[in-house]
Design a binder for this molecule. Structure first.
Ligand code: ZN
Length: 342
């Protein structure tokens, strides 16, 4: 038995240095310009080349780090395909750039590709108007609404053009990489159809953002799907991983590779249970989602974190409505108020 959440490979690896974490599987870390300052990517040996899993965000320093790898350690291993776990820019950000450079396909699920493609072209006033309606209903005052106007749609800036052609992968599909079978396990809640990859032969799970060792994966309601109940989807998804081997080595997109998958699944479910109880207690008096946010996140949030936090608040509220533990009423000012069901 391994220690739960053991960091198997050392906390920190250098940017753009490859570190083998399992046979034929190399860990690569790229910088991110947020408080969460890195993403883990995976380079899988694949015959005389390699398969990449995720790509990093579209920024000069990340492209430069890739170029250094292609001129150095990967010079004799051309990229054969780029698998993308989900549409978020730290994952898909350079898929277009990499697939064009090597004239190969991006592999991802249909919903991740469709979401990326839509968001990539969704600019301008309509996007902001939709966001303003959504955040008004969530209780944003003038100060926070200024952040909505400033933010616009940040997605197109953070991603190179989304490939128009892609190789569509499905839940349960087996992808053969270097003669070994990797099974696609699709998770939901963090993103629409998040692809995880599991090599059953030696229990290696590339978990993307679906299962993380230190932070809880963001589960948010976004303006494009204002009525959604993503927390219900996320918690149901966690159960899909309970059948995997207890010795599984989990390779997540943030922080470090770890053992203790089942302990971590329990912790994530427990975390949300506690949060849900907090929200019910807070809503003894009717509150809007921005007021609920202040109960859930007691620390200062920067403007990037603000949008994740309000999305998380709504995700908990919508889940509770689904369970019959919360009631929503829209006031004459268009702001939604949430009250614990009596
Ligand atoms: Zn993500």
């Amino acid at each position: 038995m391994h220690d739960p959440l053991l960091n198997v490979a050392g906390d920190i690896i250098e940017t753009a240095a490859l570190k083998q974490v399992a046979p034929g599987v190399h860990w690569l870390r790229m910088p991110l310009p947020f408080q969460l300052d890195h993403i883990n990517l995976w380079v899988l040996e694949d015959g005389d080349g390699c398969t990449l899993v995720d790509t990093g965000i579209n920024r000069e320093e990340v492209r430069a780090a890739w170029d250094a790898l292609f001129a150095g350690p990967l010079s004799s291993r051309p990229v054969k395909r780029v698998i993308v776990t989900h549409f978020h820019p730290d994952h898909m950000g350079l898929a277009g750039w990499l697939t064009e450079k090597f004239n190969v396909d991006m592999w991802t699920t249909g919903a991740e590709w469709a979401t990326a493609s839509n968001l990539y072209v969704d600019g301008g006033t309509e996007h902001v108007a939709r966001a303003r309606d959504f955040y008004h209903a969530a209780g944003f005052g003038a100060d926070l609404m200024a952040e909505v106007d400033k933010r616009q749609n940040p997605y197109p800036k953070r991603i190179s053009p989304v490939p128009e052609r892609f190789h569509k992968i499905e839940d349960g599909e087996i992808i053969e990489i270097d003669g070994k079978d990797w099974r696609v396990i699709v998770g939901t809640g963090h993103s629409p159809e998040h692809a995880c990859l599991y090599r059953g032969e030696d229990h290696i799970l590339i978990s993307g953002d679906q299962i993380l060792p230190k932070i809880t994966p963001n589960v948010s309601v976004w303006p494009q799907f204002p009525e959604k109940n993503p927390l219900d989807l996320f918690l149901a998804s966690l159960d899909k991983f309970r059948g995997l081997d207890p010795e599984t080595l989990v390779l997540p997109s943030h922080n470090w590779p770890f053992h203790g998958l089942h302990e971590r699944l329990d912790q994530l479910a427990h975390h949300h249970d506690e949060r849900l109880d907090d929200v019910v207690r807070a809503c003894a008096e009717p509150l809007n989602a921005t007021q609920v946010l202040k109960h859930l996140f007691r620390r200062e949030l920067d403007s990037h974190q603000l949008f994740f936090a309000i999305g998380e608040s709504l995700a908990h509220l919508h889940y509770l409505i689904g369970q019959g533990r919360m009631v929503k009423e829209t006031g004459p000012d268009g702001v939604d108020l949430f009250r614990a069901a009596s």
